[in-house]
Design a protein around this ligand. Structure first.
Ligand code: 0PR
Length: 392
């Protein structure tokens, strides 16, 4: 650290130069991210309320009430009633909270296991590692859908939880939640849905008359849901969400903190100090957009998704991995050749997509910051690259 503080302008100049390396959402280069540019008004509000700390809710009881109000609104969106919930640092923390509850509910199991689809996000591996849970991964079928039979075969007397995904990380697919639910119906197995990505798009696709199978609290045996504001919710980065059907569960699993300045409270979150600003920011987004505003955003994302899907179908040598269900497009090769070289060439042209080597596919996420013109340019470059590499 230097001895003397620098002038504000000097600091700004250094920063600008250093951060010039970063990619920006507006450039259109970021095609493989599930985050997007947060909603302008939410950013303004976040700055205003940046010091609110929900880790000590007694000090910020207004913010805590707003969080409860927000949870209630989201519960309604997810067809639930009297749901309890919390905002988190992201989907990973929300999934970790769910896995902890699954384990805690079954103290009778010495070596607890959780069954997840192989398409599950790495946050489940992290949670399993931290909690000493064995993760059993169910295979996918050739079309990337879940192999339900294999999933069921992995459920044993040691299973404390199962996970279904509503919007997979690689392709945005929805697992057969009702069918998985049937496996747990009369068993003491916790059923968690990872809708970190899908949570704030599926309700609006449904409103737009897309045929969306039940994935939320409308499915009787679903116990909890992860849904992230900082993905399709346009929220401040980072912000995630965890929602639990039965609030009584938490009574036994919270950590009591008697010395807080605001009084005695119980935390069931992983973190202590917790951003209130991101929660207020998301409250503002729901108030500003309403159902219709979200519908407009989702509609545009899907139009752009369909545009890109059409362009991919026109390029010889590559094809869609599956028909998009939401705003995620998976691209694979027609002849089974590796997608790695395509990915490398795209990166050289500054197209930052996602590469899933296990599934031999490139992922493009058509977030709200992605414009049609970006996709036009991307498709042209992709066409040239595929021709150059002789993939036809
Ligand atoms: N569940 C699902 C289905 C996810 O796709 C993700 C992350 C998570 C949970 C974990 O969420 P957090 O990252 O909020 O903890 N999905 C993105 C992914 O892995 C995360 C991401 C976002 C990656 C932006 C890159 C990026 O630029 O693809």
């Amino acid at each position: 650290m230097q001895e003397k503080g620098l002038e504000k302008q000097e600091i700004l100049n250094i920063l600008e130069k250093k951060l010039d390396k970063d990619y920006s959402y507006d450039s259109g280069s970021i095609l493989g991210s599930m985050c997007t540019k947060p909603f302008d008004f939410a950013v303004e509000i976040y700055k205003k309320y940046i010091s609110k700390n929900l880790g000590d809710p007694g000090l910020f009881s207004g913010t805590a009430e707003l969080e409860e109000e927000l949870v209630a609104e989201i519960a309604e969106l997810f067809h639930g009633r009297n749901i309890i919930g919390t905002f988190t640092t992201g989907g990973s923390e929300a999934n970790l909270i769910a896995m902890r509850i699954a384990k805690k509910l079954r103290p009778d199991i010495t070596n607890p296991e959780v069954v997840v689809p192989s398409s599950a996000h790495v946050s489940f591996d992290k949670a399993a590692d931290l909690l000493g849970i064995k993760l059993r991964k169910a295979k996918l079928l050739k079309n990337f859908n879940l192999d339900l039979e294999h999933f069921e075969s992995l459920i044993t007397k040691d299973t404390c939880g199962v996970v279904g995904i509503a919007g997979t990380t690689s392709l945005g697919l929805i697992d057969p939640i009702e069918e998985i639910g049937r496996f747990t119906e009369d068993k003491e197995i916790f059923f968690h849905i990872d809708a970190a990505f899908g949570g704030f798009i599926l309700p609006f696709l449904e409103e737009l008359n897309y045929n969306i199978p039940p994935w939320d609290f409308s499915v009787k045996s679903v116990d909890s849901i992860t849904a992230d504001p900082h993905k399709m919710g346009l929220g401040i980065i980072p912000s995630g969400g965890f929602f639990l059907r039965d609030s009584s569960i938490l009574k036994n699993f919270g950590f009591e903190i008697p010395y807080l300045a605001g009084g005695n409270f119980k935390h069931f979150q992983i973190v202590g100090t917790r951003s209130g600003g991101t929660v207020i920011g998301f409250w503002v987004i729901l108030k500003s957009l309403g159902i219709n505003g979200f519908k407009e955003i989702v509609k545009k994302c899907m139009e752009n998704t369909n545009y890109l899907a059409k362009r991919i179908n026109e390029i010889k040598g590559i094809k869609l991995a599956t028909d998009p269900v939401m705003n995620v497009v998976g691209i694979t090769t027609e002849n089974g050749k590796s997608i790695c070289q395509i990915d490398e060439n795209l990166r050289n042209e500054k197209w930052m997509v996602g590469k899933f080597e296990d599934f031999n596919l490139i992922r493009v996420v058509i977030m709200p910051h992605v414009q049609k013109i970006h996709l036009q340019n991307f498709a042209e470059d992709l066409d040239k690259i595929v021709k150059k590499l002789n993939y036809v």
